[in-house]
Design a protein around this ligand. Structure first.
Ligand code: BES
Ligand code: MN
Ligand code: ZN
Length: 492
């Protein structure tokens, strides 16, 4: 984790990397002007040579500038002042870390005086922190030049301790989620996932664990049907945080799909890219990270995270296409395709969450369908909701933190498509509208009066290339969205 400090000034003889800021039209900050003067105009000359446009996160790097002690001077763009909001500040921070992470520099001073207020300065640090996260623990032979060197960032001339603390709690949640999503499936499986979450108790989170016997007694035939082909037993983990100081406030339930590996089961997936299915627990990962963030910043809300953890494997004991299973709420499901397992896990987890915690609102997150990636690519997650107000709240939260949602339709005409010939429901509809019929399936397990949204995050939890706030790999998508959704709507 990048160590962040806030300082009033840079030491006159500091050799550490130095960042100064400028907007479009080469509007230099005071620190940038001072650096330009000290270097005999090298900053403005380099900006012109690089066709620097002042765009947020654009960087011109000047090595060993004559006239300054720093080894490396970076002129970084802020974008237009009118657009310099929290997200832009985070992008700037992310761009700085991306540039310096393996540069050889251990520390960078970022002079924000006169450009960013304390809140935006804390967001810059947040973006820098998020972009610095890496998953290197299984590398034993990394060449020296590829190893990260940057360990510290100081903000010069601004900061806000409260905002910093809140964002640090959120960054902790994001890091937890990314680690869960990145772990290989021989290491992370239902039981080890639960063990990894035990330390949340130290943050004040109350943990409840259901093992097979408990789930069998509750009648969770759909979830257990998925798990039966695996030697790894299934688990449900509930993580409860009540920051209201009262017992009579109905919680928000966040429910996550936690398929720690999805082979497809007997409806086996093709081998190409199957390793990606280690991140089929991305919904559960996001819920766990969000609970971390919510507890670490001592949210005043009542929130329960529930995750259904299974491994979907082919085996002599695996469920077959054609099997009929009985869910916890008594509805029967014809399993047409054992690869449509996420909805089978979620339906029992969601029903149990409603029975146990009596929520007013349920939001589930799941890497549920390849079809949502066909629809939306990697920019937005798909949102399905039975309540316009809830959809609006989630949309606003996603826009505020840069984890975008796009609302998709649901309705009776789609719902009919999953009626079964021999049971109450079948687990797949036609190929067309595959994300929507998946949502309809889950919708059949929402109690009347409960506001519900389903977020299909299959396209957003993993990135094949680096983004502004993440390296390639696990993005941590969902943590900041859920945290913001809770902060803006359930903290009184
Ligand atoms: N975990 C997958 C969905 C998925 C696919 C996530 C690709 C991320 C990338 C899910 O369990 C699944 O296999 N869905 C099937 C549903 C189909 C059988 C109706 C799919 O999308 O192909
Ligand atoms: Mn599947
Ligand atoms: Zn899956």
């Amino acid at each position: 984790m990048l160590a962040i400090t806030y300082l009033p000034a840079v030491a006159a003889d500091a050799t550490d990397a130095l960042v100064v800021l400028a907007g479009p039209g080469l509007v230099l900050s005071d620190a940038a002007k001072a650096a330009d003067a000290a270097t005999g105009g090298a900053v403005t000359a380099a900006a012109a040579a690089a066709r620097f446009d002042g765009e947020a996160g654009a960087i011109v790097e000047i090595l060993a500038p004559a006239g300054l002690p720093t080894r490396r001077l970076l002129l970084v763009g802020t974008g237009p002042a009118a657009k310099l909001d929290a997200l832009a500040a985070e992008r700037i921070g992310g761009a700085i870390t991306a540039r310096l992470l393996t540069s050889g520099e251990a520390h960078v001073n970022v002079d924000v005086a006169g450009v960013l207020d304390g809140v935006l300065a804390a967001h810059l640090a947040h973006g820098a922190t998020l972009r610095a996260w890496r998953f290197d623990q299984y590398r034993t032979k990394q060449p020296e030049k590829q190893k990260p060197t940057l360990v510290g960032l100081s903000i010069i001339g601004g900061g806000d301790a409260d905002v910093h603390a809140r964002l640090a709690a959120i960054a902790g949640g994001v890091a937890r989620t990314r680690a869960l999503v990145s772990e290989p499936p021989n290491v992370l499986y239902p039981e080890s996932f639960v063990e990894s979450a035990r330390d949340l108790a130290a943050l004040g989170v109350e943990l409840t664990i259901l093992d097979d016997a408990a789930m069998r007694a509750l009648g969770m035939g759909a979830l257990l049907g998925v798990a039966q082909g695996s030697v790894r037993p299934a688990r449900i983990l509930a993580m409860r945080w009540n920051g209201t100081g009262r017992d009579d406030v109905k919680p928000v339930c966040l429910v996550g799909k936690g398929v720690t590996f999805d082979t497809g089961g007997i409806s086996l997936k093709p081998p190409g890219g199957m390793e990606d299915m280690k991140w089929d627990m991305g919904g559960a990962g996001a819920v766990t990270g969000a609970m971390h963030a919510i507890a670490a910043r001592k949210s005043k809300a009542h929130v329960v995270g529930v995750i259904g953890l299974v491994e979907n494997m082919p085996d002599g004991n695996a469920q077959r296409p054609g099997d009929v299973v009985t869910t916890m709420n008594g509805q029967t499901v014809e399993v047409i395709n054992t690869d449509a397992e996420g909805r089978l896990v979620l339906c029992d987890a969601i029903w149990w969450a409603q029975e146990t915690f009596g929520p007013e609102v349920v939001v589930d997150l799941a890497t549920l369908t390849g079809a949502i990636i066909v629809s939306l690519g990697h920019e937005h997650a798909g949102m399905f909701a039975n309540d316009d107000g809830l959809a609006g709240q989630l949309n606003a939260a996603g826009a505020a933190v840069g984890e975008k949602l796009w609302r998709m339709p649901i309705g009776d005409a789609y719902d009919k498509l999953i009626d079964s010939d021999i049971a109450d429901i079948k687990n797949v509809g036609p190929r067309e509208g595959g994300s929507i019929t998946a949502a309809q399936f889950i919708g059949r397990f929402i109690k009347p009066g409960v506001k519900w949204a389903h977020l299909d995050v299959a396209g957003t939890v993993w990135a094949s290339k680096a983004g502004p706030l993440w390296d390639k790999g696990a993005t941590g998508y969902g943590v900041r969205l859920l945290d913001r959704f809770v902060a803006d709507n359930f903290e009184g």
